[in-house]
Write a protein that binds this ligand. Sequence first.
Ligand code: NAP
Ligand code: ZN
Length: 341
Amino acid sequence: MKGTSPILTFMKAVLLTAVGKLEVKEIPTPTPGKDELVIKMLACGICGTDRHILKGEHPAKMPLVLGHEFGGEVTAIGEGVNFKVGDLVSVDPNIVCGTCDHCKAGRTAHCRNLEALGVTLNGGFAEYVLLPKTQAYLVPKNVNPLHLGLVEPLACCIRGMDLAEMKGGERVAVLGGGSMGMLVVQLAKLAGASEIVLITRQKARRDVAMLLGATSTIDPTTEDVTAILKDMDVSFEVAGVSETFHQACAITRSGGTVLVLGVAPNHEKVPFSVYDLVIRGLRIIGSYINPFTQARAAELIASGKLNLDPIISRTVSLEELPAVLAADPGQGDIKYIVTGD
Ligand code: NAP
Ligand code: ZN
């Protein structure tokens, strides 16, 4: 019927159109249906996974708007949505079905029908993003909008902390000084660790870690990690390489915990000592994504208890993004946050 169709508006989005090809395009601004909302994207972190998807090393649908670490301001709501226009929200990109055997047993990270904004559905590298209401978490308006790009990685780290079951007073090692490592350092401090040793190769990152709560650092290129560290209570592997997995096992005391957050490439096989598992009783635990931790991550960021600005090395506009994603991160840089302009 004449006059009833909505006026189509367009927005800027960065689309993965083929492996290795990112294009800034004008695409229709989404409108929310029932139980959906649209946000103006204010911050979206660049993650190693985005680089892997671009290189064809991680599966993703195409064409697709990448970006899964984001949040923004609500601009439109569909029927059945309780958020208000103007609310600030962080987004949990992982959409679980809630009905498969894993979901019903609470193992939602292993949902058989898992979809993810920015991986299988359009995500955060755009001016506006459409999401189901289940994925949005209210954030107080006093939060620095750039910090919305860190809620999802923080939620993954909180999940790892939960599984590490720290009680306070532990000697902790963190292997890998990227943004995840920097968040784990701060979470370990909040959890009452007596010692936090950050192991990473770049000096600028070791300096940042000391600012954030590490009690000492090790340069693994010039120092022997396994000779210096012994009997750590908990070791967090957040580099995603086999060398750091080995080191984490070697430096952890019998009965201690090796918490693996880093994702080594699927084809990479690691020789592993059953002796460590059985005789030394190491608890070797992998932690995957953010089941049930997104709300706590948003709360923690809103509390102001984390020092996030030293982790954010630069902001990137949508126009700049294809070139930035195609290049390696700059030396010493930790996290890049894409803004919606
Ligand atoms: P990142 O920025 O790449 O940080 C990892 C850092 O580890 C590297 O930048 C590197 O820093 C350091 N590293 C590499 N080799 C090392 C070595 N031999 N010894 C010590 N440090 C070494 O990545 P991120 O965003 O922080 O993520 C960390 C890992 O967690 C990645 O594998 C990522 O895929 C994974 N991840 C897992 C989850 C989950 O739910 N499990 C969620 C998000 C990310 P230097 O150059 O300073 O050494
Ligand atoms: Zn499921």
